[in-house]
Design a protein around this ligand. Sequence first.
Ligand code: H79
Length: 415
Amino acid sequence: MSDSQLTPEQQDRANRLEWFRAARFGMFIHWGLYSQLGRHEWVMNRERIPIAEYEKLAKSWKPKPNAAREWAKLAKKAGMRYMVMTTKHHEGFCLFDSKLTDYTAVKLGPKRDLVAEYVEAARAEGLKVGFYYSMMDWHHPDGAACKTDENARKRFIDYIHGQVRELCTIYGPINIMWYDVSWPLNAIEWESARLNAMVRELQPGIIINDRSQLPEDFGTPEGHITPEKDGRAWESCMTFNDSWGYTPIDTNYKTAWQVVSMLRTVAAGSGNLLLNIGPTPEGDVPPICKRELLKVGKWLDQNGAAVYDATDPMHQEWMITGAFTRKDNTVYYHVNRWPGTQLGIGGIQNKVLSARLLNGAKVKCTQVEDRLILKGLPAEAPDKLATVIAIEVDGVPDQRLGLGHVLIEGDNWPL
Ligand code: H79
């Protein structure tokens, strides 16, 4: 559908999503009382820690002032363009200045509005600001009773809607409302349509995710990279290690090489990557995350053209040496396993007009039917994270390979 055929409602959505579709890369931050225990943000539930015992963590939490400034600076250097922070996770503890509960960072241990610090830090780096807010609440007395007791539901709806109102009122313009787990109610019981109408009234430009059980503006595949259908906006949220909250016993960190590969994959599907860090209780970024993110940032400084703006759809095939992103009639082949001086790519259906290293020299190539060979390349990978080769072709880029490959004339191998 061309822009001129959009309904006013679709046009509004397209307008407010414009920055998001171009952003590509954001930082997710999970920070809460669980960070002190260091055993995943679900620790309260997984270890059956009683509320009264867990509450003690609210008194002992003493994060350093303005930790968020370091996160925002790192996000900027990593090539990220927005941030989303937990304002309240399932544990129920509010990092913001809620007047609807005493269980907040302002009233207890930190004695500060951690969300205010975060918002200021993100804005100072020119990053868009997102609020993660868990609808499920393990601390609120009506958090489970709301399912079976109508009075409890009404109280809980007042609380949750009231807190979302606070988030949309206290901190100035907010760019993303990122709801999470909506157990145990459904969209009708949550009164999600009314909730989101309120959010849009208070924050006219905001985009809202799909986790209040209404589709709203964008999809949120979690832990995998799967594009939404029909051109709908989407964002994959991924962990750096295997949990979202700070978990020092978990040492399985993704490398810059993997992050660059994820960025290529989301770009090819016209989506975003929201990559999580779990700061320490003090607010420090785990050193491995910092190290790898800085590598990613350097790579994006050099190769951003192949990621931020190269989101045109293209049919492509699996290759061991790399994969494509595309912008108009230029394809970017991200070579993350460098084969040496010669690189073969099968199945390109277009005539190749030119090829060059994105950051360097022209590359010679020969093309015989659907076999393209790039020649005279450096023996060693110019960039071990991924070396991008920009290939300009005639027409709309397309790569197709059948399973069959006629090796011997007359061979009747199927396909
Ligand atoms: O905030 C992060 C997760 O805590 C939250 N969403 C992301 C962004 C999330 N809550 N629930 N889920 C995701 C899905 C439920 C996963 C579960 Fe499990 C599997 C709950 C129990 C088993 C993962 C593993 C969480 C605890 C153990």
